[in-house]
Design a protein around this ligand. Structure first.
Ligand code: FRU
Length: 509
């Protein structure tokens, strides 16, 4: 019972250590502090660059994860992406909405649930968002109008505008800026603005009919480089590369190469700002206040004169980025190794503690057992000693008894041989044993409870009784034969001993 009381807490302790070690081993899969969701309305080089910049900025926030989804220019898909983020515990959602009206309800759903929302590149209706990173599309439209003037001069010229998706705000704002800017140049005639929906194919198709309608176009402004490339493609087919082509985005991998290769005459940098978006996200998550609208100033135009250098700069940036990513990978590997080692160390420490506890337990049981064995041995020894003592005592008793037997037998042999002699008395009997009469009386009394004289007298009486019953000898003869000194004395003793006189016994014969 006492052992159980001692062992139970030890087992609980050991179990706790094992569980703690297990938990610590699992703690490598710590949940991130923040989950950030990004939904891009579409793909393409410009958005790839934004995504790369966001991922690069995330390297400085290893307590957070970033999930990027792409909706392929579809409002429903993008609304479902937003709902996915809402339903999966994302802490902040970044949205580049496909179309303002179509995307407003989903963004409102997230915002009204208390999830911070960053809108960038394209707007929604109303103000159900935390902050809007405005890439100044109107400013781009204005810059384009100025560029057209600087490119074509003051003579009468005709231009055609192919806009982005009419429901998306950059298309509306680029158009507004372009028209507003052209107002300063009455020589520039805007023939028409037609929707190309941000797409290569769509731009190609709409231009197909426009070229027949307006054979004397001098310049086509397409709201992005995808559409500018569609325009270039058709113009080449038609042999009309006399028409200037302008685009927007100037992304490496697309617009910049197109300018370098002479497929587009110029493009306008649409700032990517991925780092700013992530920076803003963490400001919001950490409780800092941010402006409702942040407008990023428009960058410069790109043409053959600076496309090459921008491409090279971009190459360098790419190189640096891949080095940073490599360093991050190395860091992650080292971190992993460190985690594995510390889990291993934890496990070793836990195991050592368990072993130590088991050792203590074994030692405890060993010493307890040893103490028990010692106690048992001592008890055994005591029993053996007790037994030996008893054996000794028995032996002594036996010796005494044997001695006493011999003494008594010798005494009785003397009585049996000498009883007829009326002169024997205690002293004469004692002489046979070389002791005094008083000592003989004490010894015989101790052995038989009778004095030597009583034993002698009783024996004589027994002999007298025997002779009375077996012979015809008279009482006087018998008196002397058994050592009595007188017949009346014998008679007196006989009656006291047997309860009847010798004469009475003889008469019964
Ligand atoms: C990419 C894109 C860009 C354009 C922007 C406007 O999806 O079409 O080419 O500049 O969106 O939002």
């Amino acid at each position: 019972m006492r052992t159980i009381r001692f062992v139970a807490p030890i087992i609980t302790f050991v179990a706790t250590i094992i569980v703690a070690a297990g938990l610590s081993a699992c703690s490598g899969n710590n949940a991130p502090k923040y989950k950030i969701g990004v939904t891009q309305c579409s793909g393409g080089e410009w958005r790839d660059k934004v995504n790369d910049e966001m991922r690069r900025e995330m390297l400085f926030h290893d307590d957070a994860i970033l999930e990027i989804r792409t909706a392929n220019d579809n409002n429903e898909t993008q609304s479902a992406d937003i709902d996915y983020f809402i339903n999966n515990g994302f802490d902040l959602i970044i949205v580049a909405p496909n179309e303002a009206e179509g995307m407003t309800p989903a963004v409102e759903r997230a915002y009204k649930k208390g999830i911070p929302v960053i809108i960038f590149d394209r707007r929604i209706l109303g103000d159900s968002f935390t902050t809007y990173i405005d890439l100044d599309n109107k400013g781009i439209g204005l810059s384009v109008s100025e560029y057209v003037h600087s490119l074509l001069g003051d003579g009468k010229v005709n231009v055609l505008e192919i806009t982005g998706l009419p429901g998306s705000t950059p298309a509306q704002e680029r158009h507004a800026g372009f028209v507003e800017g052209l107002a300063a140049y009455p020589n520039i005639n805007l023939l028409e603005s037609v929707a190309g929906d941000w797409e290569f194919d769509r731009a190609y198709q709409v231009l197909d009919s426009m070229l027949d309608l307006y054979p004397d176009i001098d310049l086509i402004y397409a709201h992005n480089d995808f559409m500018a490339l569609g325009v270039d493609s058709l113009l080449r087919e038609r042999g009309r590369r006399d028409i200037k082509v302008l685009g927007t985005d100037a992304s490496p991998g697309q617009g910049l190469e197109a300018i370098r290769d002479g497929r587009i005459d110029a493009s306008f940098i649409y700032p990517t700002e991925g780092h700013r978006i992530i920076d803003t996200a963490f400001k919001i998550l950490q409780g800092d206040s941010v402006a409702k609208v942040v407008t990023v100033p428009t960058l410069s135009s790109v043409d053959k004169s600076n496309a090459e250098i921008l491409l090279r700069q971009n190459e360098l940036l790419k190189d640096e980025t891949s080095k940073v990513l490599l360093l991050d990978e190395i860091n992650a590997t080292l971190q992993n190794r460190h985690n594995t080692l510390s889990h291993f160390l934890n496990a070793v420490v836990a195991l050592a503690i368990v072993l130590l506890v088991v050792l203590i337990l074994v030692l405890f049981l060993f010493f307890k057992n040893r103490k028990l064995q010692k106690e048992l041995k001592e008890q055994n020894q005591r029993l053996i000693e007790e037994r030996d003592k008893q054996i000794g005592l028995y032996r002594q008793l036996d010796a005494v008894l044997t001695k006493e037997d011999e003494f008594y037998n010798k005494f009785m042999a003397i009585i049996k041989s000498d009883y007829a002699d009326a002169t024997i008395n205690t002293d004469s009997l004692a002489q046979h044993f070389n002791i005094g009469g008083a000592q003989l009386t004490r010894k015989i009394k101790a052995l038989t409870n009778f004095t030597p004289v009583e034993i002698l007298r009783n024996y004589r009486l027994e002999q007298a009784r025997h002779l009375l019953l077996t012979t015809d000898k008279n009482i006087n003869e018998i008196t002397f034969e058994v050592g009595f000194s007188s017949a009346p004395y014998l008679t007196k003793c006989f009656r006291e001993h047997f309860g009847l006189t010798p004469t009475d016994l003889r008469s019964q014969k």
